[in-house]
Design a binder for this molecule. Structure first.
Ligand code: TXA
Ligand code: MG
Length: 311
């Protein structure tokens, strides 16, 4: 912990100087900067090559801090009490007087917020005088990093400091829910949609709404390892790496395993790590075994489908 404390101090120094740094969360690593500063948040977009039209998630320590910037309601409080801190993000209305940089929201009246559970980042947020805007610490549209090494793989020495918090527990991004009008899940993620169902019962008939709200950053192509992915494969073709859910006795050089025993949480945790590993081994193609859609399997299938779309 002593080491951790000195690293947190370093992180604070960089952030107070308007730099962006990488921070661990229980989902994936984030590329963090002072959410109240135009200059600091500008750097996030530049580093990631992320279009300004894609708003960022703001990470808070607690409700007291959040209330300075956002309007909250009873439904939010109920869900917050159950799931936060944890891998869930909320879309809330901004207060008229708020300090969030316009870069973060792309000028919208709403903002995505989250209370991460990772110990180091919670300590960091507690000690800072501002919340942190932090998208996943990867180049726009690429695979999210789940360890310090992955962040280095994405950015090399372009990031001044990485707060090393070890391997991310979930390895998949947070679930995003909108609590702005009709409550709904906008992005599947680490918290199972089913667990949220009872909170998100709609008051009005959903059919009356014409257009589905989209998360601006959830384009069809995302989470890409930069090489083609073939889904629901039963056998690898020549030159393909084969990604399987469960360990097999066969020891083929091109076989990669997502779990020892088909545990879906473990599959989720390992997904991005293995995709990155396969790409870095120099494979030009990946075949992935069919993955059951149960529980977190639905999220894994969502990410793989987007990762398999052509760039
Ligand atoms: O687990 C996570 O959520 C990670 C860690 C670092 O916290 N962060 C993350 O951020 O996944 P990012 O930027 O990669 O994804 C955030 C998504 C984007 O697709 C963005 O379009 C959407 O949230 N978003 C942000 N603000 C929004 C808003 N006001 N309305 C709708 N969608 C929003
Ligand atoms: Mg991302």
């Amino acid at each position: 912990m002593k080491n951790n404390l000195s690293n947190i101090k370093k992180a604070i120094k960089y952030l107070n100087n308007g730099q962006c740094i990488a921070v661990p969360t229980e989902t994936v690593y984030g590329l963090a900067a002072n959410a109240y500063s135009n200059k600091a948040t500008e750097k996030i977009f530049k580093l990631k090559k992320r279009p300004k039209s894609n708003p960022l998630i703001v990470h808070y320590y607690n409700l007291k801090d959040l209330k300075k910037d956002c309007e909250i309601n009873d439904l939010f409080l109920k869900i917050y009490k159950k799931f936060s801190p944890g891998p869930i993000s909320y879309i809330l209305k901004l207060k008229k007087k708020n300090k969030i940089s316009k870069n973060v929201t792309n000028g919208k009246q709403t903002v995505a917020v989250r209370f991460p559970k990772h110990k180091l980042t919670r300590k960091l947020l507690k000690d800072l005088k501002y919340p942190l805007a932090a998208p996943s610490a990867n180049m726009s549209k690429k695979i999210s990093p789940v360890s310090k090494e992955d962040v280095i793989d994405e950015f090399g020495n372009k990031i001044k400091f990485i707060l090393d918090g070890g391997r991310c527990k979930f390895g998949l991004e947070s679930t995003i829910i909108s609590l702005e009008n009709n409550p709904e899940v906008l992005r599947l993620g680490a918290i199972d949609k089913k667990k949220l169902k009872k909170y998100l019962v709609k008051k009005n008939n959903q059919k009356t709404r014409k257009k589905k709200i989209l998360v601006p950053g959830q384009g069809k192509v995302h989470y890409s390892p930069d090489i083609p992915i073939r889904l629901n494969a039963t056998q690898p073709k020549k030159g393909e790496a084969f990604l399987l859910i469960k360990n097999r006795k066969e020891k083929n050089k091109n076989y990669y395993y997502l779990s020892k025993n088909k545990n879906m949480e473990e599959v989720g945790k390992n997904l991005y790590k293995k995709l990155r590993k396969i790409k870095n081994k120099g494979f030009k193609f990946i075949a992935v075994e069919k993955i059951p859609k149960k529980g977190i399997g639905e999220v894994i299938n969502d990410r793989l489908l987007r990762a398999s779309k052509k760039l």
